[in-house]
Design a binder for this molecule. Sequence first.
Ligand code: ATP
Length: 318
Amino acid sequence: MVRMTTTAKATSPVVGFDQVTKRYGDVRAVDGLTLALHPGETVALLGPNGAGKSTALDLLLGLRPADSGTVRVFGTSPREAIVGGRVGAMLQSGGLMDEVTVGELVRLACALHPRPFPVRDVLARAGIAQIADRKVNKLSGGQSQRVRFALATAGDSDLIVLDEPTTGMDVSARQAFWATMREQAEQGRTVLFATHYLEEADAIADRVLVLHRGRLLADGTAAEIKAKAGARRIAFDVEGAVDEDRLRELPFLTTITISRNGSAEAPGRAVRIQSTDADATVHALYGLGLYPRNLEVAGLGLEQAFVAITAAEEAKQS
Ligand SMILES: Nc1ncnc2c1ncn2[C@@H]1O[C@H](COP(=O)(O)OP(=O)(O)OP(=O)(O)O)[C@@H](O)[C@H]1O
């Protein structure tokens, strides 16, 4: 595993997983997971489909028991932490009590929370004040997500857990959602969210956890994850005829795409490369006698880094 966050925090963890395993039959959905979340952190949980993200969140929320290992939330059991109102959660699925209105549901969530916020504020923050009288079963997908968000922020919880929170939200809902989450984090709350939108993780999270087959594959800031993926992007254009095979033989390539550009009279190629040693690749490129134009060398984006890290792990295991 790539472990990159080294700063020791004196405070006790908000969430502590110690060697936690959860199996479904032969599938180890969570496999010996150990991690700690600290107060005020905004943490993104990434992983390919089936990596164990939802299962890990279910264990954290006490919705399923672990087969082995311990899960502690604020130093107590998940159940105690939830009953004490310390955790607000927004899960992927889960019915919303069809026959009630949005307003009634939010009022109920506020009534059940030991430290509720005013119902009006909760509705406004989630952008659902205008649909407070609508029945929950008449909502669009994005509106249902907003209601789930309202339920997760009905009271003054210290930890907010979100499973793919912005799925189905339109662009403005998504922006409003993350602006609110930033406020929550600035007020000292810990926010943990699972997502497939890597640009959200990059923009929002100050720590990224990459899960793969129930194990923690990487743990660090988005910048650290990108750097640890160990590859860089090289992009350039070439004019005229190109020996594509020689380009493909450049050293340290992990991927290469060559596409046509230019015009019929002056054809050319746009070349995009991922390399584990960009300096050596570029050096060899000049050795081919080509004249690369618009040459750019850059680090990987979080999405490319994520793909590189998980693909490398798949290759190791197969
Ligand atoms: N109730 C269940 N019964 C049997 N297997 C399950 C159950 N829930 C999850 N699994 C399996 O456990 C593994 C982890 O699933 P999980 O839903 O935690 O992954 P995930 O990372 O949240 O995936 P996704 O990104 O697709 O939502 C998968 O192989 C899944 O098929």
